[in-house]
Design a protein around this ligand. Structure first.
Ligand code: FEO
Length: 393
């Protein structure tokens, strides 16, 4: 990618990584990603905001080939995808100083072994003058690590948000406009990176809303030239009611649990409740995470294996515990061969999530009419619970 003009003072640099398929060996990237870096030219000072994945350093250095002087490099976040090329940029520009938060400085020293005298800590609310432009820093911890901050170009009303509002999306479009595909990628990113930290995200949204913003320039995905598009979506995901939606991650060995899932799904559908079942044998964990942004109820469905849930279910419970979805209701259904021990195990595994535990439904072997009736009653309970929190029936 060649440098692209955002405004007459701001250029978009960085890398569109079309081929990356996973992040942190954990997060699937079905649409690739980008590592955005921005070059900001004031009348007296030049600033580079964030860098790129170290494996892509050559691309950023090539984009900077006509730039013979950089005064500051802002490091909003110490993670490798944004700070990993700092050593090479500092080597190219021996006059440059890294500006970062107090918590990021020791991280940059630990992770990249940068020379300490090349790093200057900026405090929350500090400004630097670039001549005819001013950059102001705001500490926004935990979007995504504890050290994260954002910066605001005062005269142009541009927020540089790094991971905050990012989207793992490789696209040749520089601006998001109001593209629903961008929003879907952004929501997927939110579900896996920001949702576990929703309390902090809300505090940082409050900070951002104090600013007059014409444009949000994140370090992943396209630029938000209509910032309310992403701000309003974030408010809904963080503080809005969940939807009238039940997510059912399930696994089945001899189809007894599958029959139970099918009956519950049909009964909920008859009551006007939307259902998303995910077969854990094939389901994409990213899509499960995405659905958990909106779900009001999660029903775990698993047969018993050696006295506990199937390992695929244990894995999804561990993921849910990390993601901290806002669904207030949680339940369990499943079959067993000889010992009805899984409910107790699952209940103790999900207790830290702090959800309202719905009456479980279990059955020995192939479900019969009594069990199907119990599943119908569970569906009615769920529909009533949803109405009780204001969701349409
Ligand atoms: Fe895009 Fe937390 O790094």
């Amino acid at each position: 990618m060649n440098p692209r003009t955002v405004t007459d003072r701001v250029s978009l640099l960085g890398v569109i990584d079309w081929d990356r398929t996973i992040f942190d060996s954990l997060i699937p990237l079905p649409q690739g990603t980008s590592y955005n870096s921005y070059l900001l030219k004031g009348s007296e000072k030049i600033v580079l905001l964030d860098t790129v994945e170290p494996g892509k350093a050559y691309i950023l250095l090539n984009q900077l080939s006509n730039i013979d002087h950089i005064d500051y490099i802002v490091s909003h976040h110490a993670e490798q995808d944004h700070s990993g090329t700092l050593p090479q940029v500092l080597e190219r520009y021996p006059m440059a100083t890294v500006l970062t938060s107090d918590k990021a400085k020791p991280m940059l020293l630990d992770l990249l072994q940068l020379p300490e005298d090349r790093i200057h800590v900026v405090k929350d609310g500090d400004t630097i003058s670039l001549g005819d432009r001013t950059l102001k820093f705001y500490y926004t911890p935990w979007v995504h690590w504890p050290e994260t901050m954002v910066s605001y170009l005062v005269e142009e009303k541009i927020l540089f948000s790094c991971d905050f509002f990012g989207a793992h999306l490789a696209t040749s479009n520089m601006f998001a406009d109001v593209d629903p595909l961008v929003l879907e990628s952004n929501k997927l990113y939110y579900s896996q990176i920001m949702m576990p930290l929703a309390n902090f995200v809300k505090k940082n949204l409050d900070v951002v809303e104090t600013l007059d913003i014409d444009m949000i320039c994140p370090s992943h995905g396209p630029i938000y030239n209509k910032p309310r598009f992403v701000l309003d979506a974030y408010w809904q995901w963080v503080t809005g009611l969940p939807k009238n939606l039940v997510v059912i991650p399930y696994i089945t060995m001899h189809h007894s649990t599958l029959h139970m899932v099918e009956r519950l799904t049909a009964a909920l559908g008859n009551l006007g409740v939307t259902v998303k079942p995910f077969n854990l044998e094939t389901a994409d964990t990213g899509q499960i995470a995405l659905s958990l942004v909106d779900a009001a109820t999660v029903i775990l469905a698993s047969p018993t294996l050696l006295g506990g849930p199937h390992p695929s279910m244990a894995n999804i419970i561990a993921i849910a515990a990390l993601l901290k979805p806002k669904a207030p209701f949680l339940g369990f259904i499943g079959s067993y061969g000889w010992a009805n021990t899984t409910v107790r195990r699952v209940e103790s595994m999900v207790e830290p999530l702090g959800k309202e535990w719905l009456p479980p439904v279990t059955h020995k072997g192939l479900p019969n009419e009594d069990t199907y009736a119990a599943l119908d009653r569970l569906a009615e309970t769920i529909a009533e619970k949803h109405k009780s929190i204001g969701l349409a029936g």
